[in-house]
Design a protein around this ligand. Structure first.
Ligand code: GH3
Ligand code: MG
Ligand code: MG
Ligand code: MG
Ligand code: MG
Length: 300
């Protein structure tokens, strides 16, 4: 763990540092609350040991400020004070502290407290990892490893807000594989899955800007989100994607467009006073027109 020790007495700083380092943890020290806040912003701290009487803001106030800065995150804060009154203990906990040790420093008691807090930190970290895994599972499509619809909706909301805030264009391409039912019916579902993976990979690697987002929107439908891109730009991108898939020459003897697998695409650019869902609807309507016009083409 990285332990932040806030203590204005040099003798106590050295003593506490020695006890904690003996346990194999790293210690960074601050003599004032103000310098503690600076260190806290710079370093990844797992545990804070906090004196209360300090020059400048006191330990209670530093604790309140640390808690305010953490938003949803948590880390243990342990007070270490020569004032061991019940009132101080209560105020410390109310300020956002988790435990209270009395001075003079007792080595084994201090180390036991660090161990106890270390256990909670470990559980906290495991929970965080589990949450990250679950969030990944919820937002990534297992077959193609692209964002799934849920992941897309999240990213779309962010990009929509950004484009509104910064008055930048935003465009969407809806893509649908042509005659894919016939592909499955004739080559089997497993081959269909392989082809979906290949199409996903091709779309992903054909996008040029790192800010472009591609997602699997449904069965054999994909959506591309192009920040800072106009309708004309999005149609050029869509045409390139369409051509790249066609040039892959994935055999599809039963396609209505020829002997190879093709895609159709509908493009739309965000317009003023539009709701976020209307942009998707517009791209979807244009996809339908590309289909109606004969497939293997872009409409926008
Ligand atoms: P169109 O050119 O009009 O788009 O015709 P289509 O046959 O592609 O359209 P339709 O919507 O009738 O069929 C889509 C097919 O996509 C149906 C389904 O078998 C297939 N599909 C959807 N999801 C998956 C999947 O995860 N794996 C496989 N192998 N096939 C899928
Ligand atoms: Mg002090
Ligand atoms: Mg479809
Ligand atoms: Mg289709
Ligand atoms: Mg054919």
């Amino acid at each position: 763990m990285n332990v932040l020790l806030v203590e204005d007495s040099r003798a106590i700083r050295e003593l506490v540092t020695a006890y904690i380092e003996e346990m194999g943890h790293r210690v960074v020290t601050a003599e004032t609350g103000e310098s503690a806040m600076e260190l806290f912003d710079k370093k990844q701290i797992n545990l804070v040991i906090m004196d209360i009487q300090l020059p400048g803001i006191d330990g209670f106030e530093v604790t309140r400020r640390i808690r305010a800065r953490l938003f949803g995150d948590w880390l243990p804060i342990v007070f270490l004070s020569s004032n061991s009154s019940d009132a101080h203990f209560v105020e410390g906990i109310n300020a956002g502290g988790d435990a209270y040790l009395a001075k003079p420093v007792n080595g084994p008691v201090l180390q036991a407290m660090v161990r106890a807090m270390g256990r909670i930190v470990e559980i906290q970290e495991q929970l965080q990892k589990t949450n990250e895994k679950l969030s990944q599972l919820a937002h990534i499509d297992a077959l193609t490893e692209l964002n799934n619809r849920r992941g897309f909706v999240l990213l779309y909301g962010r990009e929509w807000a950004r484009s509104s805030r910064e008055s930048l264009p935003l465009s969407v391409i809806m893509i649908d594989i042509d005659s894919f039912k016939a592909y499955n019916d004739n080559y089997g579902h497993l081959a269909g899955d392989d082809t979906l993976r290949l199409v996903a990979k091709t779309l992903l690697s054909s996008l040029l800007r790192p800010t472009d987002i591609v997602a699997r929107y449904g069965g054999e439908e994909f959506v591309v989100l192009l920040p800072n891109t106009t309708l004309e730009g999005s149609m050029r991108v869509a045409e390139r994607l369409r051509g790249t898939i066609e040039n892959q020459m994935i055999s599809h003897e039963f396609s209505s467009t020829g002997n190879y697998l093709t895609i159709s695409a509908g493009c739309a650019e965000k317009v003023k006073d539009q709701a976020a869902t209307q942009l998707i609807d517009k791209a979807d309507q244009n996809l339908y027109k590309a289909k109606e016009n004969g497939r293997n083409q872009v409409f926008g």
